[in-house]
Design a protein. Structure first.
Length: 43
């Protein structure tokens, strides 16, 4: 699945349409922090 950007990656993972998403560490860290614990970063 290809999505336009980080916000859509987060939405797809939270909705269960994707099991994982990729991006730069700072971007993914910010999204994980803003998700209220719904997603986490694998390091």
């Amino acid at each position: 699945m290809i999505v336009p950007g980080p916000t859509e990656i987060l939405a797809a993972v939270k909705a269960g349409r994707a099991e994982a998403g990729t991006g730069t560490y700072p971007t993914m860290k910010q999204l994980a922090d803003s998700s209220g614990g719904a997603v986490e970063i694998a390091e």
